[in-house]
Design a protein around this ligand. Structure first.
Ligand code: SF4
Ligand code: F3S
Length: 107
């Protein structure tokens, strides 16, 4: 199993999650972060850190978010590692909780 970053991270990207990961398995794209499922050790530390509640265990993904398991696996191989907190996206607070953000994902 692994933990998975889901849709509500898109256009928020608060990055609080990367600070607590003991194995540095977060990877960063233009407006989204992902977890490398081959590196994640299921420590659970990142889940409560996300202000957007975007991180879930793979076997507890909310309905409609299942595709993000594949997206995390795919994009983590392509995007660079991120280990330090950065500024959130502009207007992150406004985007937090908006629906339909999957179509805004920049790869
Ligand atoms: Fe990293 Fe632990 Fe979160 Fe996996 S569950 S991404 S190991 S902080
Ligand atoms: Fe995204 Fe939440 Fe981390 S918004 S960058 S998963 S803290």
């Amino acid at each position: 199993m692994a933990f998975v970053v889901t849709e509500n991270c898109i256009k928020c990207k608060f990055t609080d999650c990367v600070d607590v990961c003991p194995v540095d398995c977060f990877h960063v794209g233009p407006n989204f972060l992902v977890i490398d499922p081959d590196e994640c050790i299921d420590c659970t530390l990142c889940e409560p850190e996300c202000p957007a509640n975007a991180i879930f265990a793979e076997d507890e993904l909310p309905e409609g978010q299942e595709i993000f398991a594949e997206l995390n696996a795919e994009l983590s191989k392509k995007w660079p590692s991120i280990t330090e907190v950065q500024d959130a996206m502009p207007d992150a607070d406004e985007w937090n909780g908006k629906e339909g953000k999957l179509q805004l994902l920049e790869k």
